[in-house]
Design a protein around this ligand. Structure first.
Ligand SMILES: Cc1cc2nc3c(=O)[nH]c(=O)nc-3n(C[C@H](O)[C@H](O)[C@H](O)COP(=O)(O)O)c2cc1C
Length: 185
C-alpha cells in the first residue's frame, strides 16, 4: 500500500513540517505502507492554471501531470494541515482543485493542528471539497491543540492522545485502501 503524506502549509518556519515528520516516522515504524512524502512547498504548484475543467483530465502543464500521476499512485493519503482564519489552508485547497478523478474513492485522513481548536475548523472547511471529489475520510483524525507548545528546536513532541489516534488513522487507512481500490476505475 502506497501512503502519501501531504504537507499542506508552505510558509517558512511552518509547524506543518515537524508535525509531518512525526507522521512520517510513525508510518515508517508501522511498516504497512510504502511512503510518498509530498511537501507542497517543494512541489510548488502555482494557482490553478489549467484551461480545462480538471474532470476532463486534459492537462496541459507538466506540474499538473506530475501531481496527477502522484495522486493516482497513492492508495491512501494523510493531509497535514493547519487552519487559517477558521478555514482551510489555501495551498492545500489549490492542490485539491488541480485534479478531479484522481481523488475518486481515495481513502484520506487529516492531521490538523492549531490553537485551542486543533485545526478542526480547517478540516471541516475541507468536508465539501473532498466529498464532492468522491474521496472517503477516516472516522479518526488527529487534532493537535496548541501545536507551538509541542514543538521544541524544530521537533514535534506528541502526547499519548495524538500517538494513539494516529495509530487508529493508520488502521482505518489500511482497512479502507484495498476495499476502495476495487471501486476505482
Ligand atoms: C494566516 C494565519 C491564520 C491563522 N488562523 C488561525 C486560526 O484560525 N485558528 C488557529 O487555531 N490558529 C490560527 N493560526 C495560527 C496557526 O495555528 C499557527 O500559526 C500554525 O503554526 C500555522 O501552521 P503552519 O505553521 O504550518 O503554517 C493562523 C496562522 C496564520 C499564519
Amino acid at each position: 500500500m502506497r501512503l502519501m503524506i501531504v504537507i499542506g502549509s508552505v510558509r517558512p518556519g511552518r509547524a506543518g513540517l515537524p508535525v509531518g515528520e512525526w507522521v512520517r516516522s510513525r508510518v515508517e515504524a508501522d511498516g504497512r505502507f510504502e511512503l510518498d512524502w509530498a511537501d507542497l512547498a517543494e512541489i510548488a504548484l502555482p494557482f490553478l492554471d489549467e484551461p480545462h475543467h480538471p474532470s476532463k483530465r486534459q492537462y496541459t502543464k507538466p506540474h499538473t501531470i506530475a501531481w496527477s500521476e502522484r495522486v493516482d499512485a497513492a492508495d491512501a493519503i494523510i493531509f497535514v494541515t493547519p487552519e487559517y482564519n477558521h478555514s482551510y489552508a489555501p495551498a492545500l485547497k489549490n492542490a485539491f482543485d488541480f485534479l478531479n478523478q484522481e481523488w475518486w474513492r481515495k481513502p484520506i485522513s487529516f492531521v490538523s493542528y492549531g490553537g485551542v481548536s486543533g485545526g478542526s475548523r480547517g478540516v471541516a472547511a475541507f468536508d465539501p471539497v473532498y466529498t464532492t471529489l468522491g474521496a472517503i475520510k477516516t472516522t479518526a483524525n488527529v487534532e493537535i491543540n496548541f501545536v507551538s507548545t509541542l514543538i521544541k528546536d524544530g521537533v514535534f513532541h506528541p502526547g499519548d492522545k495524538e500517538t494513539a489516534i494516529l495509530g487508529k488513522v493508520l488502521d482505518e487507512l489500511a482497512e479502507l485502501a484495498p476495499a476502495l481500490k476495487a471501486l476505482r476505475p
